[in-house]
Design a protein around this ligand. Structure first.
Ligand code: NZQ
Ligand code: ZN
Length: 401
């Protein structure tokens, strides 16, 4: 197994009514003038924002607001937030929303703490983010895990590039996780979130090196829990326990715990899905579901035993006479069946995309950073491999292998 570091400094406050503590939590962090950052209408319509404002007032904390963050959060909104923070002397950012709002908050935090440069440099990796305004999050959708992760993913409208920045400086000081806040989610968002949570563990699980038993065991339990409860939420969106299991799985899946000893993970599906998000504005979790089966069939032969372990330990598929290949393929089918059972796509058509050759070439060109990098660890993929996987997901199965 590989050496690893583990750093999870975010204070978690979990359970019913926990969002009402937000004023005190910010006070404990030393925040005096807060930017409350949020998305479209959901936090306003549910009354959550009003409760947040009351809690801030009760704690004697001044605040300004900036809403309008869109899924696949945009760089232009980040610039707006940075300017507002400077003008108003903001010393703490409160994200009220999902991964998009938290990621936008992190980007604003990096930019506000770096008066000299352009925050986009941190996303192109031209510079490394070294400082960030302190951030807290009230999470309203279990999905991205940004509340405990070191990353932020932003889309630059200039070229429609979706890029990530990783830094411990942007990690949230606290994460308020109240499962009841997720009751108002549309089914599509709930289930896309479940896929994203599953994939954050799978990206770390599907590596072609020796892993740790303890991490494999936790990962397999997490995957089973998400699959079980995602199905419950299809018919019982108000099931508190199912919401709670999914919400805690969301944070644990992406706080680094499931990647200890795995050398960081594969992440090819995320890279492929991010380009789809950048170019076509599709929902992140659904894009992962649409690409995963094509990726899995393209790469599994490198180590069918690992896929067979997944099939057996997550789906209970017996390793038929030690035929790893057959078991591996059954496991891939089982996961795709699960995606279908929660109304998630298993190809690009299911995302509403029917791409031509030029669009696929553009996706692969962008994903390979203009043919200057490979992606993946289970199997390294170059630009041509990326094109093939997009083609398979687009319905051209003759390109497999
Ligand atoms: O804008 P509002 O009106 O709030 O609507 C949102 C949005 O339309 C809605 N929503 C959120 N909470 C709701 C709600 N609707 C009703 N009731 C609620 N309680 O859900 C929609 C999606 O929100 P979004 O924040 O985009 O979802 P998610 O948490 O899935 O975040 C996706 C973004 O996170 C990035 C993705 O790439 C994508 O841009 N990721 C961030 C990661 C990280 N920072 O660690 C890791 C992930 O792999 C991912 O890449
Ligand atoms: Zn993700």
């Amino acid at each position: 197994m590989r050496n690893f570091g583990f750093y999870a400094p975010t204070r978690v406050v979990f359970g019913k009514d926990t969002h009402l503590q937000v004023g005190e939590l910010i006070k404990e962090c030393g925040g005096k003038r807060v930017l409350v950052h949020y998305g479209g209408k959901s936090a306003e319509d549910s009354g959550l924002l009003d409760q947040v404002f009351s809690s801030l007032r009760e704690a004697g904390i001044a605040y300004v607001t900036l809403g309008g963050v869109r899924p696949n959060p945009r760089l232009s909104k980040v610039y707006e937030g940075i300017a507002l923070c400077r003008k108003e002397g903001v010393d703490f950012i409160l994200a009220v929303g999902g991964g998009s709002v938290i990621d936008s908050s992190k980007a604003i935090g990096y930019g506000a703490a770096d008066p000299a440069g352009d925050v986009w440099d941190f996303y192109t990796r031209a510079r490394k983010a070294g400082d960030c305004l302190p951030i807290g999050a009230i999470v309203t959708i279990a999905a991205a895990g940004s509340e405990m992760s070191d990353s932020s993913v932003i889309t630059n409208e200039d070229g429609w590039l979706k890029r990530s920045c990783h830094s411990d400086a942007g990690r949230c000081r606290f994460a308020v996780l109240n499962p009841r806040l997720t009751y108002t989610l549309p089914q599509y968002q709930t289930e896309s979130g479940c896929v994203d949570i599953l994939m954050h563990t799978m990206e770390r699980y599907f590596v072609n090196i020796e892993t740790m038993e303890i991490v494999d065991g936790m990962s397999e339990a997490l995957m089973q829990t998400v699959i079980y409860n995602a199905r419950i939420l299809m018919t019982e969106p108000g099931n508190y326990n199912a919401r709670a299991e999914i919400m805690w799985a969301g944070s644990l899946s992406h706080n680094g715990l499931m990647g200890c000893g795995t050398g960081g993970g594969d992440w090819a599906c995320h890279q492929l899905a991010h380009e789809l998000g950048g170019m076509f504005d599709v929902t992140h979790g659904a894009a992962l579901a649409a690409i995963w089966g094509s990726w899995a069939r393209y790469v599994y032969e490198v180590n069918p035993e690992r896929f067979a372990q997944f099939a057996t330990n997550v789906f209970g598929i017996s390793c038929d006479g030690m035929d790893f290949e057959k078991t591996a393929l059954s496991g891939i089918e089982a996961l795709e069946d699960f995606f279908r059972s929660i109304k998630m796509p298993t190809d690009l058509g299911g995302l509403g995309l029917h791409l031509d050759d030029g669009q696929i070439q553009e996706l692969a060109f962008k994903c390979s950073y203009e043919d200057t990098r490979t992606i993946g660890m289970f199997r390294q993929l170059n630009r041509k491999d990326m094109e093939k996987i997009y083609h398979i997901a687009n319905g051209d199965s003759s390109l497999r292998s």
